[in-house]
Design a protein around this ligand. Structure first.
Ligand SMILES: NC(=O)c1ccc[n+]([C@@H]2O[C@H](COP(=O)([O-])OP(=O)(O)OC[C@H]3O[C@@H](n4cnc5c(N)ncnc54)[C@H](O)[C@@H]3O)[C@@H](O)[C@H]2O)c1
Length: 355
């Protein structure tokens, strides 16, 4: 059965990630698009003629829609998703699913009371290289340490817009890139709790437009202010005694954007070097290396085009939507992820506001 879908939020993610993939996917039928901005609606109506363009989610009818893909700014995730869930509309919510544990509680209640399901958009765990790393982890023996870093060269999103305002974004690189890293950590390590969490944040690049993400085409903004971090580092210790080092950077002195994940175990270690996301400023291909007894052996990783993980995630959505066991699962993961983020921010000295 085709899933009738509405895309809510027609900004970069709605327009560039979801709509093109949903429109060409045989399992989905895009029946409506929703955006509060008239210009965004008019552009969508021109690009996807025949699709209803609405100004508010209240105009969606549960009988006409099987799923709402929600890609609005972070501070509206919970409000918009709760309104849809309360009306009985299943929701696929972009990351970060929530910005606080209190928001996680609100989403859990809305999912339960609406008798429907909340699904989440964190695509990194659907990457072929991450899935291969996951398979490799089984051969590493007892896990001791994981190191996860996503470091961009120049990639501050929409400086001066909502991404760099804490009240609208909930935080900087940690909330934005770190959410993907923590979701990947859950895949690799399992749903463990953390006894200890300590972090630092910095903003050495935020106030210089030269470090903005050119691929978003947000336009040049010399110093548009902002009060979030462009870099966050964290160290966690799980209740099973595994340590985790995290780094999320929107900008750095690196020449290229990269993601590096190392998993160390009693029988060896595995390192994946690749680039998450859509940045064109990347080294080609993913490299996975297994190191044991002084020998480093390459592990074959399937090559795939940039963004293939988003299509793979869509492939799995209809089954997740139909499975009653999906209920509550996203909230469980989101609670763990936002709990770690809250603790890292609590332990870090905040970056000063600059306007
Ligand atoms: N999964 C990923 O890899 C990925 C990548 C980029 C962005 N995102 C996420 O997608 C979300 C959107 O990011 P973006 O870069 O597209 O932002 P954006 O600012 O480009 O777009 C947001 C859109 O939402 C619209 N909007 C605001 N309030 C609304 C409301 N109440 N109802 C309907 N529409 C409303 C805005 O008018 C705008 O068009 C963010 O949460 C971001 O974290 C995820």
């Amino acid at each position: 059965m085709t899933v009738r879908v509405a895309v809510v939020g027609l900004g970069w993610a709605g327009r560039s990630i979801w709509l093109p993939r949903l429109v060409e996917h045989p399992d989905f039928d895009v029946v409506a698009v929703v955006d509060s901005e008239p210009v965004a609606r008019a552009t969508a109506a021109r690009t996807w003629p025949g699709t209803r363009a609405l100004a508010d989610v209240s105009e969606l009818d549960r009988d006409d829609v099987d799923l709402a893909v929600v890609a609005v700014p972070n501070h509206l995730h919970t409000t918009v998703a709760c309104r849809l869930l309360a009306a009985g509309v299943p929701v696929f919510l972009e990351k970060p699913v929530c910005l606080s544990s209190a928001e996680a509680d609100r989403l859990a209640l809305a999912e339960r009371d609406g008798g429907t399901v909340l699904l989440a958009g964190s695509a990194a765990r659907y990457r072929a290289d991450v899935l291969t790393l996951h398979e490799t982890v089984a051969s590493l023996g007892r896990l001791r340490h994981l190191d996860l870093a996503w470091v961009r060269s120049r990639g501050v999103p929409d400086a001066g817009g909502w991404f760099t305002r804490r009240d609208l974004s909930g935080g900087g690189a940690l909330v934005d890139l770190g959410w993907h890293l923590l979701d990947t950590l859950t895949l690799l390590l399992g749903p463990v709790g953390f006894d200890q969490a300590v972090g630092t944040v910095s903003d050495d690049f935020l106030h210089n437009g030269a470090w903005s993400a050119a691929w978003r085409h947000d336009g040049p903004k010399p110093d548009a202010g902002g009060d979030v971090e462009d870099t966050a580092r964290g160290f966690l210790v799980s209740d099973t005694g595994v340590s985790v080092s995290l780094r999320a950077s929107w900008a750095s002195h690196e020449p290229l954007d990269y993601t590096a994940i190392t998993v160390e175990g009693s029988n060896g270690s595995a390192t994946l070097r690749c680039t998450f996301g859509f940045s064109p400023n990347r080294a080609g291909g993913s490299v996975l290396t297994l190191t044991r007894d002084g020998e480093a052996v390459p592990v074959a990783v399937p090559e795939e085009p940039i963004g293939a993980e988003y299509r793979r995630q869509l492939d799995e959505l209809p089954a997740l939507l139909a499975d009653p066991a999906s209920k509550g699962l996203v909230i469980e993961d989101a609670r763990r992820t936002i709990g770690v983020i809250e603790r890292l921010y609590d332990s870090a000295r905040p970056v000063p506001a600059q306007v």
